[in-house]
Design a protein around this ligand. Structure first.
Ligand code: UD1
Length: 422
């Protein structure tokens, strides 16, 4: 299994490109299930999760063509679901990537029947899919959970008024996709407002859907008989952007991230400025210059546009070496502090009480061997390793490969001493 070796203590300086967003690309690829015509996506990040999704779609009978571009430019992927003949998502694939649940809505809408494995729990919490099921049932689908699979059937879904009990990103995306082919109007209330939901709606509208309100908490979808092919460019990854901003900030460096936008990152940029960084948003880029030492910043995660849970671990790492004490509250997932114990192994001073972490900044961290537990936790360990004195070994980096395209090359381009070893 690959490991990452990091010799910390170098201020990161330079310019790197930001890749397409994993969390936008995954639902977009599933949207291709809604039509018999080919759909082409550009700027698709080269990531393990994308590979898993393409494998899943291919075994359903979708014709997949993938052309690799250079690092940061993303792949071009064309999906042709005209011969779809096996609308099943097996446990083996769903267990490695929960986002596979995103095939549920499109499949029941387009072919009238599907079996999708329940994702089960994951490192950061239970993560049920009851809201996806509740919404499809309200649209007239017959849904049964049998032998660990969600079995959904409907001759044609009917437009309905849907309300989700909590804000759910993939839940909103699943129901929005299903509603595109339903009979009549669907209204999703308490919808997720994440930019990835907007990117998906833009693509669906280009395919002939009639969606309005994406980006607000009420989305209206007028069902149509069929969707057609389209070409869509995946939006930039705001979490990758935020992760590199944090890495550079923690090391006291200076960076220009290209092919991205500060527009999706207000809450994160606000906190980095509170921490002492100077940040300038350009047309398609962001510049950051860090102070010699950051100031600790408290935060609370919540659905967009508030501070993203997917950036909580990275801020824990920068708070670990900042001046002062920060209070970090996680409100989305019940078990998302596993990076704290690993950061403590590097010398961080962190106390956990339920969903709250108290982080007192220390003057320096020291390199050690640590274990990555999930995608964003791994990113926080990389940031800590970049500032720690001596060598940090990060094990189980397959988590990083699920979500960060060319992480070691991009860090090396900024001057980091990183090495991937088999
Ligand atoms: C998406 C993102 C993930 C991010 C998360 C929160 C993708 C592929 N993944 O995950 O990176 O961390 O949003 O911003 O876009 N819940 C239920 N029942 C449901 C659905 C959700 O109880 O049916 C709960 C979850 O357990 C969690 C909360 O709602 O506590 C939010 O989860 P949700 O927004 O659905 O996360 P994902 O869409 O899985």
């Amino acid at each position: 299994m690959d490991k990452l070796l990091i010799s910390g203590g170098v201020a990161l300086v330079g310019e790197i490109p930001v890749s397409g967003a994993k969390n936008a690309a995954l639902p977009l690829l599933c949207a291709a299930l809604l039509t018999r015509e080919p759909v082409t996506f550009t700027h698709v990040p080269h990531l393990n999760d994308i590979g898993t999704m393409l494998k899943l779609l291919a075994q359903m009978g979708v014709k997949v063509t993938r052309e690799a571009e250079k690092l940061g430019a993303g792949d071009t992927v064309t999906l042709d679901a005209s011969a779809l003949d096996n609308p099943v998502a097996p446990y083996e694939l769903v267990k490695t990537m929960r986002a596979a649940i995103l095939v549920l809505g499109p499949l029941v809408a387009r072919v009238g029947e599907t079996k999708v494995s329940l994702p089960g729990g994951c490192a950061i919490g239970a993560r049920p899919v009851d809201q996806h099921i509740k919404g499809l049932t309200a649209m007239g689908a017959e849904v049964a959970v049998e032998h660990g699979y969600v079995h959904a059937r409907a001759s044609r879904l009917k437009g309905a008024r849907l309300f989700t009990d909590m804000v759910t990103v993939t839940g909103t995306e699943n129901l929005m996709m299903a509603a595109c082919l339903a009979d009549g109007e669907t209204v999703i209330e308490n919808a997720a407002r994440e930019p990835e939901v907007v990117d998906l709606a833009t693509c669906l509208n280009a395919m002939g859907a009639r969606i309005s309100g994406a980006g607000s908490d009420v989305i209206r979808i007028q069902g149509v008989e069929f969707l057609h092919g389209a070409t869509h460019r995946v939006m930039p990854d705001r979490i990758e952007t935020g992760t590199y901003l944090c890495a550079v900030a923690a090391t006291g460096g200076e960076v220009r991230l290209t092919g991205t936008s500060s527009a999706y990152l207000d809450a994160v940029i606000d906190k980095l400025m509170d921490a002492g960084c100077a940040i300038v948003g350009e047309r398609d880029a962001i510049r950051l210059k860090a102070p010699p030492r950051l100031t600790a910043v408290s935060l609370r995660t919540a659905p967009y546009p508030a501070f993203p849970t997917d950036m909580q671990a990275q801020f824990m790492a920068i708070n670990a070496v900042a001046e002062g004490t920060a209070v970090v509250r996680e409100t989305i997932f019940e078990n998302r502090f596993m990076h704290a114990v690993e950061l403590i192994r590097l010398g961080a001073d962190i106390k956990i009480d339920g969903n709250t972490a108290f982080v007192s900044g220390v003057a320096r961290l020291e390199g050690a061997t640590v274990m990555a537990t999930d995608l964003r936790a791994s990113a926080s360990l990389v940031i800590a390793g970049l500032v720690a004195q001596g060598e940090t070994v990060i094990e189980r980096i397959y988590h990083l490969d699920r979500g960060y395209e060319g992480l070691d090359q991009k860090l090396a381009a900024l001057g980091a001493r990183v090495q991937r070893v088999k």
